[in-house]
Write a protein that binds this ligand. Structure first.
Ligand code: SF4
Length: 365
């Protein structure tokens, strides 16, 4: 760890305080890139703070998340696919995708001896993938530990996936228990799985770069294993991730550095639950959008804050763009009913708002 990284880690530890932890995973990284301008979320995630606890402390518990039943079902489905050294997975890949997998070497990377720390597991993953590349030996790598730089802070990723070497290329395998019925799955669930797989592909490509190997040795197609027709029987499909890789890679490279964001935090402020938490959260700029409702645990708190401030953010990015930088609802309404004279920069928008208001009044008559 370099001195700069150590300083950053210390600052993030101080910011976290006594807040319960929850580390980054592929879902949080994909969600982070969906709202890259939000400093609040970026800092909470970089400090590995459990946002569900923070939302509860603020009085706005999140109302989404997987049910305990879905989590149990997902875990047992994954265990079944991976049992006996991934025997069922191998059968699927050979019979359903027609992949020629010549020999099988199975490595479980969940622990290294008795040591389960992130950095040791990462080093072991790196060592074994490096050996597999140079020798051609080794096929299945279960629970590899990966790493990704998020705005200058290191996030460890522990995928529920197998890194699979086929013909010299590594493939990410994502196991999900949602159903494929008559060859069709819920597009939203497939898109979400594809975004998560893309994060793993990017992290594996980083690992190959560290090994001095071409990152393209990680395939842009992932293998999605799902339940067939609501049964517990698995089926597999190849998913092309090129679009997701381009979008998430671009968003990650644009995230503002955590160092810079830390400067926004008042001195001594922490996310420790209790008195002072709401002041700390309020002091860090957010960027609420209706999309937050499906992707961030703090959505209800941030929406309430945006409404209290009369922010146009609650209306969505499309409306914000149409309003050309006017960020307050009272200003919008006053321009529309003519009680506020627009400056030259808002003359066009005021004209549009007045016409829209006149039409609305006419329809309501
Ligand atoms: S809900 Fe709040 S913290 Fe989360 S991304 Fe949206 S604005 Fe940021």
């Amino acid at each position: 760890m370099t001195l700069a990284e150590k300083t950053l880690t210390t600052r993030l530890d101080e910011l976290r305080g006594d807040a319960p932890t929850s580390r980054h995973n592929a879902r949080t990284i994909a969600a982070l890139t969906a709202n890259p301008g939000c400093a609040r979320r970026a800092l909470l995630d970089a400090a590995a703070v459990d946002k569900t606890v923070i939302a509860q402390e603020l009085g706005f518990p999140p109302k989404f998340g997987q049910s305990p039943f879905a989590i149990t079902r997902g875990n047992s489905f994954e265990a079944m696919v991976k049992s006996h050294g991934c025997a069922e997975l191998l059968r699927l890949l050979r019979e359903e995708l027609g992949l020629t997998i010549p020999e099988v070497g199975y490595h479980d990377l969940e622990t290294v001896g008795d040591n389960a720390t992130n950095s040791v597991r990462y080093q072991r993953t790196k060592q074994l993938l490096g050996q597999a590349l140079s020798s051609g030996q080794g096929t299945m790598f279960d629970h590899p530990m990966l790493r990704l730089e998020i705005a200058g802070a290191t996030a460890y990723l522990e995928p529920d996936v197998v890194a699979l070497q086929i013909g010299g290329l590594f493939h990410v395998v994502e196991i999900k228990s949602f159903a494929i019925v008559d060859g069709q799955a819920d597009p939203a669930q497939v898109a979400s799985a594809a975004r998560q797989s893309a994060v793993y592909v990017l992290a594996m490509r980083e690992l190959l770069r560290e090994l001095g190997q071409p990152p393209e040795l990680v395939a842009h197609n992932s293998i999605l294993v799902c339940a067939r027709d609501f049964t517990n029987r698995p089926t597999a499909a190849l998913v092309d991730l090129r679009k997701q890789l381009a979008v998430i890679g671009r968003q990650l490279s644009r995230l503002t550095s955590i160092d810079t964001l830390l400067d926004l935090v008042p001195p001594g402020a922490t996310f420790t639950p209790g008195a002072g938490l709401s002041d700390t959260v309020a002091a860090i700029p957010s960027r609420y959008a209706p999309d937050c409702m499906s992707s961030c645990e703090l959505a209800f708190a941030c929406r309430s804050e945006a409404r209290t401030h009369g922010s146009v953010d609650t209306l969505g990015r499309g409306v914000c763009d149409d309003l050309g930088g006017i960020d307050n609802l009272d200003t919008v309404l006053a321009l529309a009913d003519g009680t506020l004279d627009p400056g030259p920069e808002h003359a066009d928008i005021a004209e549009m708002l007045r016409r829209a208001r006149a039409l609305r009044l006419e329809v309501a008559r």
